[in-house]
Every structure is written in structure tokens, then in C-alpha cells.
Write a protein that binds this ligand. Structure first.
Ligand code: ATP
Length: 604
């Protein structure tokens, strides 16, 4: 019978959070496992400590803003009350929120403190997990609110604060998942990496003194993906792989998906080990027919292929196309899986074979179909070729010049970058060593500088909580000759590129012109054209554009079609190059010039 009380875990969390040394954190955790937690409770406890690794429970569908509204309703306070506004505006500073600005669980704890007592509700961790299961499976806000209200009744403010952090899947304990696994059992991390199954790890490894024989991967259980180490240039990458036989591949920009095929049972596991059945409608039959073995695991990227342009669509439309396929809608765009590795064939794991051997296996097992199912292997008759004149996606590199050339071709083709792989290497779960190296372009100047105007600001979180840390920037509506622009069109959100001092200087200069975007008032100043999409909505507006500042921004060469912002295109990975105090506000780039720039760089 399970009996570990949640307040005991809260004491552990408080201790771990307070102690500076990681050895102390680990020993506290060990003590908890040995003295306060029965083996039958291990899974209940560990899934609360490592919530982001828990696959048993679906998603709560509760990010900070929705959680704020549900908590307000669960507490039964008016949405207009000052506490409700503090919760909704958790990122902002302000008289009451003070130091906790930018830290949602802290703001929630302060609000809860006033309403909940200090006596513990004596909830057991088993009961808490049952309630969290209900929270995740409830389908609407009203049901979620009712579970939260029950939780509030059964806990005190301190416990509720930790529950909020568990729901947000970040306990900020200052210790890594590696340390928790290692302290729990020396083989826990290895077993988790090949099964992604926390429950199984807790059940199989409940006795720390019993070593567990290394387990191989299995069809049906997602494996933690091998990752790539970032290098800054081709020469550096070549040096790291010195003397090795190397393949260079295009770094595709889609969803990393592992396909597990077991007869007719086909699963699509994402990088965070969740199953994505929505890909099944478009892809299962194709996999069924063109992967000519009954059981296998493929590793690769799910993308969208555009049949009208004969190229991959820009990142971000996978879900939309999967949905269209489910509804049987005809489209120029279709899902396409690019298999770049194979981990299991027939009855055997093949991760211990070399990449070169695995390429041979992919060739044997996967019959490619253009734009639907592609394979990424160098040479040979099945080598993937782009339409004539375009580069291929995978090539053996014999020198650093080969790498440079391939990189240039890939970048010219507006792809994300390249991955270099050691052809003799095994596939290792969760590894991010030098077996795979990724090389991406540094931010490339978009032909000419993009000089855009700051039109709004977003509060930061954590260290920059309560201070504007990112900007909403706009493009000008093209003015008539000899006049200044009258309207500015929201374009993108940008935060990186400036030092702390540079950012502080801009924020200080603009502060007198900040107009808070007060909840629940929604209107933007009339001289800004915006979408009011929640992802666009800034925390403050600049209340007169003539007082604002121009920023030169650059970005990865690709633009994206934008629904979040009002301009037709936005930038992918924008970055502030410098602050143009020397440029007056009215010299902001106008939308038409920007569109011309996009078209000329697209060659259209
Ligand atoms: P980044 O922020 O650079 O995109 P990332 O989140 O993509 O990083 P990394 O481990 O750095 O993760 O890079 C590996 C990822 O690159 C894989 O998870 C996969 O989704 C993607 N990828 C695209 N093409 C390839 C390829 N040819 N080989 C391996 N990974 C690839």
C-alpha cells in the first residue's frame, strides 16, 4: 500500500533547491529514496521529479497563460481582481509582484499564500499522480479548473507551488536528470535511453545493488535520438573528424521522427518520445508497402514536399498537412519522410553496425518514392538527386574543400545547414559527441540591412523578469513622396544580438514612451497595423513612433510566411545587429521594399 506523503517530497525539493553543491543535492535525493520512499512508490516519485520525461501522462494543455486563468477560476477570485491581474501579467514587474516577476510559479505561490493555509493536506504521491492524470485527460477548461480546485483544497500553498512547477514540467532544482538517474541506479540512464519508459526503469531497477545487463533497443519502444554537436566552420569539423571516412548530409528542417514498423502496427515517435498517430493517415500505407521488412526502426526527418515547386516546403506546416491528409483534402503539398538511418531490421538491432553498413541496409529495406519517402545515402544508384542542376543531399567528403563546397551548395539552396557523420560510427542513443557534427550558417546578411522600427516590447522571464527583454519591430507603410510614414506594420519579434548594456540603454531610452498593454483592454495604437495574434501581442507599445528607435536586424537567409505578424513575411531566427541611434525613425524600411528584397533573393 502506497503511503509516501507529498509534503515529504516538497521538503526534499526545498532542500535540493536550497543547497548549492550538487553532491549535497544528490545525497538528499538518495536519503529520500532509502528512507522515505517504498519501492512500490518509486515511479510515482520519480515522475514528479522528472516530469518532462514522463510519457505515461499526456500533455496537460496548460501553459502559463491558460494555467493562470484556470487557477483564478479554481480560487474563485474575480478576473478583474489585482491578484488575478498579477497572475495573468506574471511576466511584468509592478508594485506587488516585485522580485517574482517572470517566475510564474513564484507569482502563483504568492497569490496562493494569501488564500491557502500552511497545514499540509496529507496528500500521498499516489493520490497526487491520480489527480494529475485526471488533469491531463480532462478535455476542457472547466474540468481542468475543477481538478485544480480540488488540488487547492487538499494542499497548502507550498505544496501547490511545487504542483504548479510539476505541471509546467520544470522544477528548477539545479540538478540534471543524469544525476537523478545515476543516484537512483547506475544503469537507469542507459535503460531509459533505449526505452524512454520511466515506469519500466523504476520497476526493473528498484534494487540498486543489482546491476542490469545492458539492454538493446526494441521495436515499439522509442529510443532517445542521437544528436549532433555544433561546430562553427568546415575546417573545425574536418579537424575533429581527422582521418575518418566522412559523409556530409543536408540538415533538413522538419520533425525528427523514428518510425517503428511491426507488421501492420506502425508508430511515429518524435524527439520527446511521443507517438504521433496523425502522421499515420498519410504515411502508414506507404511505409507498409515500401519498407520491405516486417519489423524495423527507421530514423529520419518528417517534412512537407511541395509538388508544384518540386522542393521541400519551409518548416512549420507538418501538422496542417497531416490534418489535410486525414480529411482527404487534395493539396500540392504532401508529407515526405526522409530516412537517414536504420536502427533495427527483422529481429536484430543494427545500431552496433557502422553507418556505412547501415546505409547498405537502408538501400535494401526502403524503396524510395520521390517526394513521399526518400533515403539519405551517398553514391549508388539510389542516391537522392535533386531536380537537375541542384545539389544532391548526401555525399562522401574527401577533403575540407568538399565540405566547404557542399555547405555552400546547401546554403545557396536555402537549406538549414549540413551534418557531417563518421561512416565508421555506431548509432548511440542520446549521444551528442563527435560522431555527428552540425554546421549551420552564421547569420547571413539579407542583402542589405533591414532597418526596422521598435513598436513594442515583451517582458523577459527569469533574470530579465519585469524588464523589457525583446522587441516587436515593424516595417513602415510606404509613404507618399516627400512625406513621413504614417503607419507601421508588425514584422517580427527579436531579442538576441545585443549585450546586456546595449539592451538596457535602448530600454531606458524608450521607457518614457512605454504604454502598458493592460489586460483586458486589447486595442493597439491606431498607427500600428497588427494581427493581435496572441504570439504577437506585446506587453508594452511605444506610444509614439516618432520617439522610437531603429534597429538593424539580420537573420538566417530564409524568410517565412507570417500569420502571427501583420507583414506578409517574417524572419526566421532574427537577430539585432546594431542599434541605429543615428537613423531617424522615418527611415525605417518599408513593406514593399522588403517584399521586393524577398522576391529578388528567392529568384522569383
Ligand atoms: P538546432 O537548434 O540546430 O536545429 P536541433 O534541435 O535540430 O538543433 P541537433 O541535435 O543539434 O538538434 O541536430 C540534430 C537534429 O537535426 C536532429 O534531431 C534532426 O531533427 C535534424 N536533422 C536534419 N537532418 C539531419 C540529418 N541528415 N542527420 C541527422 N539529423 C538531421
Amino acid at each position: 500500500m502506497s503511503s509516501t506523503k507529498f509534503h515529504v517530497m516538497c521538503s526534499l525539493f526545498n532542500w535540493m533547491q536550497k543547497s548549492k553543491s550538487s553532491a549535497k543535492k544528490r545525497s538528499k535525493f538518495r536519503k529520500f529514496i532509502d528512507n522515505f520512499c517504498k519501492p512500490s512508490d518509486y515511479f510515482s516519485a520519480i515522475r514528479l521529479i522528472l516530469p518532462s520525461l514522463d510519457r505515461e501522462r499526456g500533455s496537460y494543455g496548460l501553459k502559463e497563460s491558460v494555467l493562470a486563468t484556470c487557477l483564478i477560476d479554481a480560487l474563485g477570485i474575480s478576473r478583474e481582481s489585482s491578484d488575478a491581474i498579477r497572475l495573468i501579467n506574471w511576466r511584468k514587474g509592478g508594485a506587488k509582484t516585485g522580485a517574482s516577476a517572470g517566475n510564474f510559479s513564484q507569482v502563483a505561490a504568492e497569490v496562493l499564500q494569501l488564500r491557502q493555509g500552511t497545514t499540509s493536506g496529507e496528500l500521498t504521491i499516489k493520490e497526487l499522480n491520480d489527480m494529475l492524470d485526471r488533469l491531463a485527460s480532462s478535455e476542457n477548461r472547466a474540468e481542468k479548473t475543477s481538478v485544480l480546485s480540488e488540488l487547492i483544497q487538499k494542499t497548502n500553498a507550498q505544496e501547490m507551488k511545487w504542483i504548479v512547477m510539476i505541471i509546467l514540467k520544470d522544477l528548477k532544482l539545479g540538478t540534471s536528470e543524469k544525476s537523478i538517474f545515476h543516484e537512483f541506479h547506475p544503469d537507469a540512464e542507459d535503460l531509459f535511453n533505449v526505452t524512454c519508459d520511466l515506469k519500466l526503469v523504476c520497476e526493473k531497477l528498484s534494487d540498486r545493488s543489482q546491476r542490469h545487463k545492458r539492454q538493446d533497443i526494441e521495436v515499439g519502444k522509442p529510443v532517445r535520438p542521437q544528436l549532433a554537436l555544433r561546430v562553427s566552420n568546415a575546417a573545425g569539423a574536418w579537424k575533429k573528424l581527422h582521418g575518418k571516412e566522412v559523409v556530409v548530409e543536408c540538415k533538413f528542417d522538419g520533425d525528427r521522427i523514428q518510425i517503428h514498423k511491426n507488421g501492420e502496427d506502425i508508430h511515429f515517435f518524435s524527439r520527446n518520445f511521443l507517438d504521433h498517430p496523425e502522421y499515420g493517415h498519410a504515411m502508414s500505407k506507404i511505409i507498409q508497402k515500401n519498407v520491405v521488412t516486417d519489423r524495423c526502426i527507421l530514423d529520419g526527418e518528417m517534412l512537407v514536399w511541395d509538388t508544384s515547386t518540386n522542393r521541400f516546403a519551409e518548416f512549420g506546416s507538418n501538422q496542417e498537412i497531416a490534418k489535410a491528409a486525414k480529411e482527404g483534402l487534395e493539396n500540392d503539398r504532401q508529407l515526405c519522410y526522409v530516412a537517414f538511418d536504420i536502427l533495427y531490421v527483422g529481429d536484430t538491432s543494427v545500431i552496433h553496425q557502422s553507418l556505412k553498413e547501415r546505409h547498405e541496409l537502408i538501400r535494401k529495406v526502403v524503396k524510395p518514392i520521390k517526394g513521399r519517402l526518400e533515403i539519405l545515402v551517398p553514391n549508388g544508384s539510389t542516391n537522392v538527386q535533386r531536380p537537375s542542376g541542384e545539389p544532391c543531399w548526401s555525399r562522401i567528403a574527401y577533403s575540407v574543400d568538399d565540405v566547404e563546397r557542399f555547405f555552400k551548395e546547401i546554403i545557396d539552396n536555402r537549406d538549414e545547414g549540413i551534418v557531417l557523420k563518421d561512416l565508421a560510427s555506431k548509432w548511440e542513443p542520446s549521444d551528442r559527441s563527435i560522431k555527428w557534427l552540425k554546421l549551420k550558417p552564421e547569420y547571413i546578411r539579407a542583402g542589405s540591412d533591414l532597418d526596422v522600427l521598435i513598436i513594442g516590447g515583451y517582458y523577459g522571464s527569469g533574470r530579465r523578469g519585469g524588464e523589457v527583454a525583446q522587441f516587436l519591430v515593424g516595417l513602415a507603410e510606404r509613404p507618399t513622396t516627400n512625406s513621413y510614414p504614417r503607419r507601421f506594420i508588425s514584422f517580427c519579434r527579436v531579442g538576441t544580438g545585443l549585450s546586456d548594456e546595449e539592451l538596457d540603454a535602448v530600454v531606458t531610452k524608450l521607457k518614457p514612451y512605454f504604454r502598458k498593454y493592460e489586460y483586458p483592454k486589447k486595442a493597439a495604437p491606431s498607427f500600428y497595423q497588427v494581427t493581435n495574434n496572441s504570439k504577437e501581442r506585446p506587453d508594452v507599445w511605444i506610444d509614439s513612433p516618432e520617439k522610437s528607435i531603429i534597429l538593424s536586424i539580420n537573420s538566417d537567409i530564409r524568410t517565412i510566411r507570417s500569420e502571427v505578424f501583420s507583414a506578409p513575411y517574417s524572419l526566421r531566427f532574427p537577430r539585432i545587429d546594431r542599434v541605429r541611434y543615428d537613423k531617424p525613425w522615418h527611415e525605417c524600411l518599408d513593406v514593399q521594399s522588403f517584399i521586393e528584397l524577398v522576391h529578388s533573393s528567392n529568384g522569383t
